[in-house]
Design a protein around this ligand. Structure first.
Ligand SMILES: Nc1ncnc2c1ncn2[C@@H]1O[C@H](COP(=O)(O)OP(=O)(O)OP(=O)(O)O)[C@@H](O)[C@H]1O
Length: 300
């Protein structure tokens, strides 16, 4: 592939009336790897992706492909393939759906059979979409995004509802797209769902950035730790600093690199800080994720 295209989100804020869906979000998504865009329901993932794709206007900040906003891209279909909420006409065959989309986008029709082959759907090409399983629809949505042979793929919850075989397949497929030098951004509300598929993570919660980094850096975090919170977080931070404890701030409190809550509680006692919670964080990637986004926030 040619040179890669980076997704650049800079100071992005989006408000809908009184609701702030996304607030001062800054991150980049690099080519050559699969990046998971993670956060609980209502965290602002879809709003971010819709803004990136020019479907919403930012209140502040920018969302671009290598510095160019979607509507200014010279060849949008060759630059980015996106599957947000893919809707298919139930009476159309898979091949017909792709033909109609290709024609509307000015893409040569020979791509239709190529992408059907790519997603392993050739034998179902003539079948009506109305009879497709969720997994087949997901594959067709993916095929649609690939029509323009884009350098960037933006996929909203592509793994949701897939069976284990489908998950195995998409995992390998996303990795092969990234190995070709593409930029692959995959949203999900579950870390466990994408954990085998992604190299990097961008985690948001309530519209704000919580964490970016490699999946392995998150795995390092997954050792036993203590979560502590206080009505006065500034005082608590000072007490933790005083005790020489390392921590990161999550929605549910401070995640302290100390497996013994007794030691953390003692540090708070010495600093004369009233605590609102103190518990040991079980080891594990999903626990680590939930602590970062604020456990119990899962349902919007
Ligand atoms: N058009 C809109 N008008 C008003 N509020 C909106 C609109 N779109 C999104 N929101 C609000 O913005 C917040 C973020 O929603 P968004 O759909 O971006 O989150 P999400 O992370 O994609 O969640 P989900 O996984 O449930 O889709 C929510 O509080 C939502 O209700």
């Amino acid at each position: 592939m040619g040179d890669g295209t980076t997704i650049e989100i800079t100071g992005l804020t989006k408000r809908f009336g009184a609701v702030t869906a996304v607030e001062d979000l800054t991150f980049t998504v690099e080519p050559g790897r699969v990046t998971g865009f993670l956060g609980p329901n209502g965290a602002g993932k879809t709003t971010t992706l819709r803004t990136l794709l020019g479907l919403e206007r930012p209140t502040a900040g920018t969302a671009t492909f290598g510095g160019t906003v979607y509507r200014d891209l010279e060849r949008p279909f060759e630059t980015v393939g996106a599957a947000l909420d893919a809707a298919f006409h139930p009476g159309r065959s898979a091949r017909n759906h792709l033909r109609v989309t290709a024609t509307a986008a000015g893409i040569r029709s020979s791509r239709v059979d190529e992408v059907l082959e790519q997603v392993g759907m050739s034998e179902f090409a003539g079948r009506r979409v109305g009879g497709f399983s969720l997994g087949m629809r997901q594959r067709l949505a993916l095929a649609t995004t690939l029509l323009g042979d884009p350098r960037v793929l933006v996929l909203d919850e592509p793994i949701n509802g897939l069976d284990p075989e489908g998950i195995r397949w998409i995992r390998g497929f996303l990795q092969s797209l990234a190995r070709d030098g593409r930029t692959v951004l995959v949203s999900s509300h579950l870390l466990s769902e994408v954990q085998q598929s992604v190299d990097e993570v961008v985690i948001i919660s309530r519209g704000r950035l919580v964490r970016t980094g490699t999946l392995s850096s998150l795995e390092l975090d997954a050792s036993p730790r203590t979560v502590v919170d206080a009505p006065d977080r500034a005082r608590l931070a000072a007490a933790l600093d005083q005790a020489g404890l390392e921590y990161t701030e999550g929605r549910g409190g401070f995640i302290v690199a100390e497996p013994d809550p007794g030691i953390v509680g003692h540090a708070a006692f010495v600093g004369d800080v009233e605590l609102s919670s103190l518990h040991r964080l079980k080891s594990g990637l999903e626990e680590s994720f939930l602590a970062l986004v604020g456990e119990g926030e899962g349902e919007a």
